[in-house]
Design a protein. Sequence first.
Length: 139
Amino acid sequence: MKKLFTFLAILALGVQVASAEDTPLGKAMSGMNKSMRTLKKQVADPAKKAENLELIGKIKASIEDCKKLEPSYTPKVPAAEKPAFLAKYKEQMDSVAQSFATIETALKADKFDDAKAVFEKLSEQKEKGHKDFHADDDK
Ligand code: HEM
């Protein structure tokens, strides 16, 4: 019996993890996440400047992909509130794009510490976006 519970618990966990990344938006976000992690690690390294600018290019493309998609929670939003919900989603994605534009400008001007500082804001934007748009809900 104990084994059965363990099995079910693992299964439930697996389904939950799979569902978050299985959506088209989850996949686009994961792509952005990977590039962002690498960028964060090496953003202040002047030797990696060209590589970092390339990563920013990739991230910008992922943000555009994300903007073409809708959060999986959208069908649960009452019809009357949907336009505002989606407008707010796009606005918050635009703010993220703006943060990367700030990083890009700083990097081009060799202001590596300024570029690094933007990551704090990005973490807040990610956290708020995921809360407001139910990224971590079971779908
Ligand atoms: C700032 C950088 C961001 C990163 C690195 C990021 C990363 C991710 C990752 C890795 C996932 C999929 C796996 C998981 O559940 O954790 C995800 C899902 C999601 N993210 Fe983001 N995210 C960011 C910002 C945002 C913002 C600003 C919003 C909203 C405006 C947002 C909305 C969502 C939603 C709604 C999902 C769930 C997918 C779905 O609904 O189908 N994220 N994000």
